[in-house]
Write a protein that binds this ligand. Structure first.
Ligand code: SF4
Ligand code: SF4
Length: 460
């Protein structure tokens, strides 16, 4: 398992070094160096904000495509609840599920059905673990990663339950093995994902060693394929749907929290709002809450970077679909073991932002950062390739950048050299061009100019 696997990466040839993405990254994971954006893998939470921002399409999400069905003898599709909100005039989810089978999948298992299982387990856990209130949902992997790298004090508030997609994958695999008699490795459990965060989750799952999900196809990629079969599938849909209103509600923000039937909850969506809530929670500004639902994308999963519909329209569509469904509370969670539902590997703090593992050294380094920072104009212009002046100061202390990368410092240095060189040129005592002093000074200026030129060319 790669500890820092990421689904988001850069196509270098397409990057113009425009610095737009460095400003949007919630963890300041991006720097523009040598004219290209590069991601610090320890900092990235796979939220996909940089993919949204890049006008040049230089940031991509590494995912699987429909041809991955050929890798297995038997395949099961796991559609995310948000998938249903992408289509127009859907009155019966069975039509979408039937169209998925027409693409070559052998079976389909709704993630929304498992969301109902997780809802019931969450209710039980929240009611019996008052000491951890407010419990923070762990369904959005980007939010959990953000907490792991930036909010160590909040780790104890994480709900230690597997997300619905994981529960669905395990149940789908079990069912497929029973039905076909095939060994597990010949069965492909393929998630239809709304976002980059859940694509990354498969390779680096939470609270477990290995995910039961084998591949992840983006909604963006499968949407046109489903659409092509939808009309035919609508004429004679198979009876495949098993999820009710509660599970499908998970596809939009607040859906998970509303299902818990308590007023003592808070829900926030959009990465900037999420950051604000986490900061307030860390500062103990929030009280009287049992549960907090946080979604990195605007609107919840319907706003994922791998969806095709406007998230606000998608939310309305999902609401409409839900209204036509029974509540359909499942009893399945009562038959599942603790191990099947709950984390069996601890989710721990990743101190990736610390300047040193040693506290005293950290304080000394932070003082250096502050001293360097004071030299900067504090405009946070981004021209240096770092998102803020503070971030550049930290990069310098870590040995990853130089002060000259700040265009304002560079301007000052050029001004100093020019002033000094002018005085030298006007110094009548050194008018004999071949004296050793004259040559030494001339060499000094040539070297200084060459260094600045080097620095400039290195960074752009
Ligand atoms: S937004 Fe980022 S990745 Fe896209 S071109 Fe600009 S610097 Fe490169
Ligand atoms: S995916 Fe999110 S966290 Fe990672 S580099 Fe892009 S904006 Fe930053």
């Amino acid at each position: 398992m790669d500890k820092f696997f990421h689904s988001v990466s850069l196509i270098e040839e397409l990057c113009s070094g425009c610095i737009n993405c460095i400003k949007r990254c919630p963890t300041q994971a991006i720097r523009v160096r040598h004219g290209k954006a590069c991601i610090t893998k320890e900092f990235c939470i796979d939220c996909g904000e940089c993919v949204r921002t890049c006008q040049n399409h230089a940031k991509v999400i590494n995912r699987d495509f429909i041809k991955c069905l050929n890798d297995f003898e038997y395949t099961v599709a796991l559609p995310a609840p948000s998938l249903y909100s992408q289509f127009n005039n859907i009155t019966d989810i069975n039509a979408i599920l039937t169209a998925i089978l027409m693409l070559g999948f052998d079976d389909v298992y709704e993630v929304a059905a498992s969301a109902e299982v997780v809802t019931e387990a969450t209710k039980d856990y929240v009611n019996t673990h008052r000491e951890q209130w407010p419990l923070v949902s762990t369904a959005c992997p980007s939010v959990v990663r953000l907490i792991r790298v930036r909010f160590p004090n909040l780790i104890d508030h994480l709900l230690p339950l597997h997300p619905p997609v994981e529960i669905a994958a395990a149940a789908a695999r079990k069912k497929a093995i029973e039905k076909t008699g095939l060994p597990s490795e010949k069965i492909g459990i393929i998630f239809i994902s709304p976002c980059s965060s859940k694509v990354a989750y498969i390779k680096e799952p939470l609270g477990m060693e290995k995910s039961s999900i084998d591949r992840a196809i983006g909604i963006t990629d499968i949407y046109p394929l489903i659409l092509a079969h939808l009309q035919e599938a609508s004429q004679s849909p198979l009876n495949l749907a098993t999820a009710g209103r509660i599970g499908i509600g998970w596809g939009r923000s607040s859906g998970e929290a509303l299902a818990l039937e308590t007023d003592e909850y808070l829900s926030a969506d959009g990465i900037e709002n999420v950051l604000q809530v986490l900061e307030d929670l860390e500062d103990e500004k929030l009280s009287g809450l049992r549960f907090i639902e946080l979604d990195a994308c605007n609107g919840g999963c319907v706003g994922g970077i791998l969806t095709v519909e406007n998230p606000f329209i998608a939310k309305t569509k999902l609401k409409k679909i839900k209204e036509s469904l029974p509540e359909r509370h499942t009893e399945e969670h009562k038959h599942m073991s603790y191990e099947e539902l709950f984390w069996n590997v601890d989710v721990v703090y990743e101190p990736v932002f610390q300047l040193s593992g040693n506290f005293i050294e950290s304080v000394a380094l932070m003082n250096q950062v502050n001293t360097i920072y004071e030299k900067f104009p504090k405009l946070d212009c981004g021209i240096c390739g770092a998102p803020t002046c503070k971030a550049l100061a930290e990069d310098i202390v870590k040995g990853n950048a130089t002060e000259n990368q700040c265009i304002h410092i560079l301007k000052q240095q050029i001004h100093e050299i020019s002033k000094d060189a002018t005085a030298f040129a006007n110094d009548t005592t050194l008018n004999a061009a071949n004296t050793p002093d004259y040559v030494t000074k001339l060499k000094k200026y040539i070297n200084q100019i060459a260094t600045l030129d080097n620095d400039l060319n290195r960074e752009k």
